[in-house]
Design a protein around this ligand. Structure first.
Ligand SMILES: *Cc1c(COP(=O)(O)O)cnc(C)c1O
Length: 344
């Protein structure tokens, strides 16, 4: 077997920033069809000054990780679900679908071409994969673009919990993230543009994240700017908010399966009211980046809700969920059929 020379990177001390890798995948949509696509070396994008993405934010994206398992394979976790979700995002934004089978192929090809940047097992670092699409030709009247680019780039990122797990302090936000029947359920760049002010304001006030409520009644828990909630009740039930304006996190859906099928826990996916928060034993945020980040405290306009799990560690059920899902991802625990896509 040919052993690929890894790049000389201090994996354990990498942050979460863009590091250019060797290859990226590009496919262009023109005259109603996607071209074959290719891996290219140029990291720059050249488009019209009047491109749909620049004028009217016609763009969506995905996020996933490639990593090395205990037995030395390079793998990705459930990329088919990212492909499906990107199809859903494209339809809602009047963008042409890049078929999910081709999406998975493009992701695998891009990771394989940047194998030297996939961090070794045990480093805690991963190769972050960013598929995205945008309207690339000129539109001045408000309308969908007629040309698009689908691209995939990769960038190595460091361990999420550097120097140990630190539970987060979050605040109830007075801003809304998503309207009922809006775009909260798709991974659109526009959902992030409007979250920048609230998140920076939260940071200025000493909070790690915003908890967004449902915009219609402001009585129910939705999610944070980039992660879904999981709660644990005092009798060890897992509860996760259900709403049409939450982004369907693949990590959260996987943790629900792990809770039920691996840990034998009861799971409720239902509306979660703000005034129930004080009764939960544990709280965590789930997303690709951290898998689960524990929440220690929620600040509701000066009134603190402190979870019994405290500010030093994950709660016991959260920890079990985290250990089991990361064990499945890293190949230490047998995965459900189809969850692990082996690249090589
Ligand atoms: C991407 C994202 C998540 C997490 O989804 P994963 O598929 O688990 O990475 C949660 N909320 C929002 C708003 C997101 O954009």
């Amino acid at each position: 077997m040919l052993i690929m020379e890894k790049k000389n990177i201090d994996w354990a001390n990498l942050g979460f920033g863009y590091v250019k890798t060797d290859k990226r995948f590009v496919s262009n949509y023109k005259n109603g069809a996607w071209d074959e696509g290719a891996l290219i070396s140029d990291p720059n994008v050249v488009i019209s000054e009047c491109a749909g993405v620049l004028q009217y934010a016609q763009t969506c994206f995905e996020g996933m990780k490639a990593y090395t398992t205990e037995d030395g394979h390079i793998v990705i976790f459930r990329p088919d679900l990212n492909g499906q979700r990107m199809e859903d995002s494209c339809r809602r934004l009047e963008m042409p679908v890049f078929p999910k089978e081709r999406f998975v192929e493009a992701v695998c090809e891009t990771v394989a071409a940047n194998e030297a940047y996939v961090p070794p097992y045990g480093s805690g670092a991963t190769l972050y994969v960013r598929p995205y699409m945008f309207g690339s030709d000129a539109v001045i009247g408000v309308s969908p673009s007629s040309e698009y680019q689908f691209r995939v780039f990769t960038t190595p990122v460091g361990p999420y919990f550097k120097g140990g797990v630190k539970p987060l302090t979050i605040r109830i936000s007075d801003y809304d993230r998503a309207a009922p029947h809006g775009t909260g359920h798709i991974k659109a760049g526009l959902n992030y543009a409007m979250s920048l002010y609230p998140i920076m304001e939260a940071h200025r006030q000493g909070f790690d994240e915003n908890l967004y409520l449902d915009a219609a009644t402001r009585t129910k828990v939705e999610e944070t700017g980039g992660a879904n909630f999981l709660f644990v009740t005092k009798d060890n039930k897992v509860v996760t908010p259900k709403s049409g304006s939450i982004l369907p996190s693949i990590t959260r859906r996987s943790l629900v399966s792990v809770a039920q099928d691996y840990l034998g826990l009861e799971v409720e996916e239902r509306e979660v009211y703000l005034d129930e928060l004080k009764d939960f034993a544990e709280c965590g945020l789930c997303g690709t980046a951290a898998v689960i980040s524990p929440v220690g405290k929620i600040n509701d306009h000066g009134k603190e809700i402190c979870f019994p799990s405290g500010m030093d560690k994950m709660g016991p059920v959260t920890q079990k969920l985290y250990d089991t899902l990361t064990g499945i991802q890293m190949g230490r625990i047998e995965a459900p059929e189809g969850w692990i896509r082996i690249i090589k």
